[in-house]
Write a protein that binds this ligand. Structure first.
Ligand SMILES: *[C@@H]1O[C@H](CO)[C@@H](O)[C@H](O)[C@H]1NC(C)=O
Ligand SMILES: *[C@@H]1O[C@H](CO)[C@@H](O)[C@H](O)[C@H]1NC(C)=O
Ligand SMILES: *[C@@H]1O[C@H](CO)[C@@H](O)[C@H](O)[C@H]1NC(C)=O
Length: 795
């Protein structure tokens, strides 16, 4: 008998374990027909891949099953799946990277362990801890639980997710989801979701943990929250981060789905890197399918994940909004069976013997490779083509609204991008000659491509590294983003060009006025996009002289900003003399109304507001393609969304960025009281003017008081900054927040914020910190020195 033979060769402890395994199988009675049974799995239970009646264990209602999941070519995964629908969607697997062949067995041993043997008899444990399992059950929630003899749960599949969470399955800190390799290929893929021990929920490429920079493409920025925190996926489909005191600290998705009685739900880290929430009617009707309820990152625009397509390829979203990779004409996939691997060109380029007439420029509408330009020209499209053609270094030019960006191979982060008039102009070899030369070079090409395939992960990640540089994280800090907040990096602008009539209807004929500014009036509107979507439409006053150019440049610059703390521009209208900008609607009004109303926002909320705004400005100053100076930071220009997340608004028309960051005209921009003193002097204007305005606003946030309050009896109290400065010098900062217990209990933070505010409103711009430093100081990561006494009244 096989076991006896085996015995003679047993030597190590490991093999002894195998023996136990066999003994358990062979010497206990085989229960039969488990597939249909609702009883719990008891000791000695086995499931056999070869037995159709006994290859899985169904939950009492039959919705879920645990057992052998066939993945084709005679292979199986040990997993859990939706068993009543024809898709049999897999939600968990114990061996995604090592499928077993037919002839394998799952067993619950008499020793209280659970595992499976493959067809060779090699065993793999699912659970072999010191507490003995007494029975197991496949629950109707999709959770496989193993219980001890005193009925306590000692192991459950919900705690070891693969790529999917089910309703009720909460993710604890340091538990990781890994995407699949490709749809239908369940091997560990390229993306990871983890709720870090610092309470930040982060999406980034696999194996990049603790590597700086790690190329994260989404994070909640909730680090620093008092641990522990859970990611909750509740029964009605809301996904959020919950603190130990049951406070929701960040909402990932609030799209509630239909009743759980009729609908299945799941949320899966898909192989294209998106964290998608799905629902499906429970009916086994095969014409039904899973529909997407929410997507994270929630870029409304195309492929928000940088580098998803490797080198030279570009990403488009297919009709299911999944990322798909394409190669330009005369390029082909590095690995034809894996389109995410990137593309190689099928011809040669380069400066050696370069003859422009051997090449031509091919246009690709709405495709962008946004990074890695080595030269930018301001020109029209034809001259852009010519410029690239004449330059042997130029392999690609991206043309967008009178800007021509020249790039060399390899190209990174390609994707479809339906912004106004964007075109990729690609240089390709004309005829066979170049291809023939390419043939001769094929050997080296093959070698290169093998290298590339072998290191495809590294290459992919390198491309992310480039992007990650924009994040400018704290040097030497190896954790995933902490000082910066969730930017959906790679701002893809996807502005919608609206018809005037459309906006006229959406705003009900421009009736509902939300506010008036110096450059136009803002109206509320509702778009019907299948569901009602609220918008704010800004109608610009008669556009001034340079209007046309300003409007376009603004659109291309601002359309590209994408940050949690900036109001998102959705689209525009540019029709005869109508100039309108369409923004997302902000439910909770302006920061001014929030701060200066009769009910003070809590101290904690104010600290968060200050940080959020600082992050938004930092992004404008340092993280955009071209730095943007807002020039009009004030509480009236900060809007709050449903969750009171501050969003900077009105970084619009008149406050145009300057590429050289110096002043080109003499108009003072901004609002009295928030305007930096250098506006009144004949000196250059830099981003420090925003720092000044932020400083004034920070003091307002700390004190919940307007910068000027004529109702004060004491003259020194009329100007807020004077009053704060005096109290600070007297060491009586607590007087600023009188009667606020929460703030008084956090006096250290109050003092820190006051000091930051006073630094920001220094008269001399060079004394003011950059916004990035402001964030680090507000977060308490770097010490704040005593502000100098060179304070000049901000009157
Ligand atoms: C099966 O196990 C579940 C969970 O441990 C338990 O609630 C249930 O009572 C058990 N059923 C039987 C029939 O033992
Ligand atoms: C799920 O969370 C949402 C948002 O907090 C809440 O409205 C809903 O009632 C919750 N559902 C359940 C079943 O707890
Ligand atoms: C919810 O149910 C309604 C009607 O029963 C249906 O039209 C809608 O598509 C469902 N929503 C989801 C997210 O499944």
């Amino acid at each position: 008998m096989a076991i006896v033979l085996e015995l003679t060769t047993l030597a190590t402890m490991e093999r002894l374990l195998t023996l136990f395994f066999y003994i358990s199988v062979f010497f206990l009675p085989f229960p039969d027909a488990y597939a249909q049974s609702n009883q719990n799995m008891s000791l000695g239970t086995t499931l056999l891949s070869s037995s159709p009646n006994n290859s899985y264990w169904a939950s009492p209602s039959g919705h879920f099953a645990f057992g052998f999941y066939p993945i084709g070519s005679g292979q199986f995964l040990v997993g859990i799946w939706f068993n009543k629908i024809p898709e049999k969607t897999l939600v968990w697997s114990a061996n995604r990277d090592q499928p077993v062949k037919n002839g394998s067995t799952i067993l619950l041993t008499i020793d209280g362990w659970v595992g499976f043997t493959d067809s060779q008899g090699q065993q793999n444990w699912i659970y072999n801890g010191s507490d003995r399992v007494n029975s197991g059950s496949m629950l109707d929630t999709g959770n496989l639980v193993l219980v001890s003899s005193n009925t306590s749960v000692i192991w459950q599949s919900f705690e070891y997710p693969s790529d999917t969470l089910l309703p009720g399955q909460n993710l604890a800190q340091e538990i990781t989801l890994y995407s699949n390799h490709m749809d239908g290929d369940y091997r560990t893929g390229r993306f990871t979701l983890v709720l870090q021990s610092d309470s930040n929920l982060v999406l980034y490429p696999t194996n990049r943990r603790f590597i700086f920079p790690n190329g994260a493409y989404y994070w909640t920025g909730t680090d620093g929250t008092k641990s522990p925190v859970y990611l909750v996926f509740n029964q009605t489909g809301a996904i959020y981060l919950l603190s130990s005191t049951n406070h929701i600290i960040s909402i990932i998705s609030s799209h509630l789905v239909n009743t759980t009685e009729d609908y299945y739900q799941r949320v899966t880290l898909d192989s294209d890197g998106f964290f998608r929430q799905y629902s499906r009617q429970k009916s086994p009707d095969s014409s039904l399918s899973w529909t997407v309820v929410s997507t994270t990152p929630s870029n409304k625009s195309a492929c928000g994940i940088p580098g998803v397509c490797g080198y030279n390829g570009y990403c488009v979203l297919d009709q299911d909004q999944k990322a798909k990779c394409l190669c330009p004409d005369k390029f082909s996939y590095l690995d034809p069976s894996y389109p995410f691997s990137g593309c190689k060109k099928d011809f040669i380029t380069g400066c050696e013997g370069y003859t422009p007439s051997n090449y031509s420029m091919v246009e690709l509408q709405d495709v962008d490779w946004p990074n890695g330009d080595y030269e930018m020209l301001t020109t029209d499209k034809e001259s852009c083509k010519d410029a690239c053609m004449k330059d042997c270094n130029c392999d690609l030019a991206v043309y967008r609204v009178s800007f021509c960006y020249k790039k060399r191979l390899p190209w990174l982060d390609g994707r479809q991008d339906r912004t106004i008039g964007l075109r990729a102009l690609i240089k390709v070899a004309n005829g066979n000659e170049q291809l023939k030369i390419a043939k001769q070079q094929q050997r080296s090409l093959i070698m290169v491509s093998e290298f590339l395939i072998g290191f495809s992960a590294i290459i992919f990640l390198l491309s992310l590294v480039v992007i990650a540089c924009i994040l400018k994280k704290r040097a030497g800090y190896p954790r995933v983003p902490s000082s910066v907040e969730p930017i959906e990096i790679n701002p893809i602008s996807n502005l919608i060009p609206f018809k005037y009539k459309h906006l006229f209807d959406a705003t009900n004929g421009f009736k509902d006025i939300l506010g008036r500014g110096s450059f136009g009036t803002v109206y509320k509107g509702v778009l019907d996009l299948g569901h009602q979507f609220e918008i704010a439409v800004k109608q610009l006053n008669k556009v001034v002289e340079k209007g046309e150019k300003v409007f376009r440049t603004e659109l291309s610059v601002i359309g590209q900003t994408h940050h949690k703390n900036l109001v998102q521009l959705l689209g525009f209208c540019d029709e005869s003399d109508h100039r309108l900008l369409v923004y997302e609607f902000m439910h909770n009004g302006t920061l001014a109304d929030f701060l200066f109303s009769s009910i003070r926002p809590s101290w904690g909320e104010r600290v968060e507001l200050a940080l959020g705004i600082a992050r938004g400005i930092t992004y404008l100053h340092e993280e955009c393609r071209a730095p943007i100076i807002h020039c009009d930071i004030k509480p009236q220009n900060v809007l709050l969304d449903k969750f009171n997340i501050p969003k900077i608004a009105d970084f619009g028309l008149a406050k145009l960025l300057q590429h050289d960051q110096t002043r080109t005209d003499t108009d003072i921009r901004g609002t009295r009281g928030y305007v930096a003193p250098e506006w009144f002097r004949n000196v250059s204007i830099t981003a420090k003017v925003d720092v000044y305005s932020f400083g004034i606003m920070l003091l307002e946030i700390i004190c919940c008081r307007k910068r000027m309050d004529l109702g004060q009896d004491d003259e020194r109290q009329v100007i807020l900054s004077d009053w704060v400065y005096d109290r600070f010098c007297e060491g009586k900062v607590h007087m600023l927040i009188e009667g606020e217990d929460e703030a008084l209990g956090d006096l250290e933070q109050v003092v820190r914020m006051v000091k930051v505010g006073l630094w920001c409103i220094q008269d001399d711009p060079s004394m003011r910190p950059s916004m990035k430093i402001v964030i680090l100081m507000l977060e308490g990561i770097i010490e704040v020195d005593q502000p100098p006494s060179s304070y000049v009244s901000a009157r």
